[in-house]
Design a binder for this molecule. Sequence first.
Ligand code: AN7
Length: 350
Amino acid sequence: MWRGILHHYKKLLPPIEDRYIVTLLEGNTPLIPALRLVQYLKIDVKLYLKYEGLNPTGSFKDRGMTFAVSKALESGHRAILCASTGNTSASAAAYAAKAGIEAFVVIPQGKIARGKLCQAMIHGAKVVQIRGGFDEALKIVRKIVEDHPMVLVNSINPFRLEGQKTAAFEICDALGDAPDYHFIPVGNAGNITAYWRGYQEYQKLKKVTRSPKMHGYEAEGAAPIVKGHPIIDPQTVASAIRIGNPASWKAAETARDESKGVIDSVTDSEILEAYRWLANLEGVFCEPASAASVAGFVKCCKKKIFRGEETVVCTLTGHGLKDPDTAIQNSPEPVTVDAELEAVLKVLKL
Ligand code: AN7
């Protein structure tokens, strides 16, 4: 039986006593071959989707949250705190509920996908919306923890990245070696840092023969690493990665440089195109920010960087149901007719 990442990868993670482990059985997510998409793009690579939307709260954040919350309990804390573009707050709220402790979340008002906000609310977190963006929210929570006995569970918390690196372990375990390329969205830049750490640790342990080139993608209107300076008012349809001053900026650049990879940006229309292709060709529904990885892959296909036969993994960081509004806005509207057979047949052109 799968018992969550802390039990499964215990030997490869910092120690945690079993009795403090808070788990919703996160991890063990599918690595899905994307055969129709590569056929459509006429590209000869082995493409896989690491579908992190199938974690318990619908995003990769659960891998880090199980560890951060378990460690919070181990150190005797009874409250956690985070700033969030949505998924971290959803995950923090759920794991705090499971642990029986309090969660406080600070989010940008009106900029959180609806599914994520309702998760934080239904799990009983204390939610504060600020008239501002994620970067300001992060500044505020960093200040709060200086004077209050609560644990910050943003990815500055070292146990978050330790938990998240297990996604790279799972990919290697499934493929039997590391892929040639790994594509991933970049927001606060924690996840790209965590994956790179995971791949490198597996290589050092000789569980794999190589590490992949890391390809990280920011949204064009929120691309501080690509532009080389913080962005004051970042804008993108991919609200999860609407971040102008990433906490793990330097570490992400290190991952890029050590892996001989790139950090580049993709436009909102490239993101939404990849988002629809995934849904229509692969039956995989991810949130817009997640599709940035596949948009980056498509961009590289157009640049002809692949020779053929390479193994490529794209992480899809969150589930599409997180953001129903964007899905509805980017799909044809259903037609309404009277409850009559003829009328239905006419609309269906049958
Ligand atoms: C779906 O929830 O930052 O580069 O506060 O939700 O590790 O930040 C979310 C980030 C990609 C970017 N995809 O990952 C938050 C938050 C999805 C996300 C990212 C996020 P990082």
